[in-house]
Design a protein around this ligand. Sequence first.
Ligand SMILES: C[S@@+](CC[C@H](N)C(=O)[O-])C[C@H]1O[C@@H](n2cnc3c(N)ncnc32)[C@H](O)[C@@H]1O
Ligand code: SF4
Length: 412
Amino acid sequence: MFASQQVQHRPQVRTSVDVSSLSLYVHFPFCRQKCHFCDWVQRVPKQDLLREAGDSKRRSYVDALSHELRERGMRLTAEGYRPTVIYWGGGTSTSMSGDEVAAIVETMRDGFDLSEVREWTIEGSPDTVSPESLAHYRALGFNRFSVGVQSFQDGRLRKLGRRHNSDQGRDAIRAARAAGFETVSLDIMCGFADETPEETDANVAAAVDLHPEHLSVYTFRPTEGTVIRRSIDHHQVKLEVARQLASYQRASKALVRAGYAEYGVGYFGQPAENVTAMFQLRSDVAGFGSGAVSIMDGTYLGHTSGLLDRYIDDPLHHDFEQSLMAPGVALSLLRSGLSIHGGIAADDWERRIGESLAESLRRPEIARLLAMLDVTGAVELSEERIALRPEKAALVIIGLMNQAMLASSATQ
Ligand SMILES: C[S@@+](CC[C@H](N)C(=O)[O-])C[C@H]1O[C@@H](n2cnc3c(N)ncnc32)[C@H](O)[C@@H]1O
Ligand code: SF4
């Protein structure tokens, strides 16, 4: 999408004497199935997504990823970057074989000085972990496990195309605890067209029973190309945004009552540094792998999702590189930042973007967004920061986003 656009500004010229914290994201675009709702791997062709350990293309991907981690890592280290947060996502990072994990950890250690890492997450699904694999991750240094449970209702899990049942979800969380993970996070989903309030309540209650430190509650995004979205369009199912919002708000209230503070739309409990670092622009972000993006030195750059061959051919080449001040980029960074309560500090905005928040807010596309949000009375703006009022944030982030998604296809 950004391939033809050029970098216009590089606000910071780094020298080797600077020491800056860095958030690392490592992408593993392989899974054991393509779930009916999932838009994270939407652009990865199914025959690539389902490649197993030992497959030659998957081996080449791991080699390319290792190469990128070592080469870019050494460069970033020489420039003074020290990772404090690491997130291995996907796809399904826990579907890596022991050898794949070990190879990638080793090259990450070759490229980076990991002595200042505070939070190191591996993300996965319940059907791809075992007490042994979790113990292995823990021994390698991971201290946070994030698991996509999605639902504790077996019927819903089947509709979502998952390979696990609700008991496997519970077992994965208990096994992570037994393996010594300091933080366990689980993802659940809400806002399906046929979801009842009772289902939402039961799902949240089952999640709370497991006492995770962190929960992500994702309201279903009807992204085009997913099986569920195709079915919605085919059967002309009414996915009402107001009902989706009500479902999220019901889940949110129940979690707050259970002691999980909402620190952003969809995020509860002990704030995850990988979320706040990236969304609130608290540190530079270096993404590795096909589909991963970096936000650093005033630029937004990365490898296009799904183009595995291109990535394998040259993992050091970025498919797109654009100034953070470019209209679409600044707008989407602002939208992500607004989804976290407390929003974005003016200092962090200026440090990353390269111009003051006040100047950016005068840019036409951002001014238009603000004017639209002004009608909802949701924006809190001061010299120090821009944020949404927490009680209005879900309406803006979920309501407007999903409405736009549905509206855009109705007009095609
Ligand atoms: C990278 S994905 C998947 C993690 C892991 N592979 C799994 O299977 O659970 C991270 C999370 O995004 C959420 N997600 C994926 N597609 C979504 C969609 N269309 N709408 C809302 N949330 C979605 C799911 O809750 C999922 O756990
Ligand atoms: S939810 Fe997880 S396992 Fe399912 S397709 Fe998405 S990334 Fe893969």
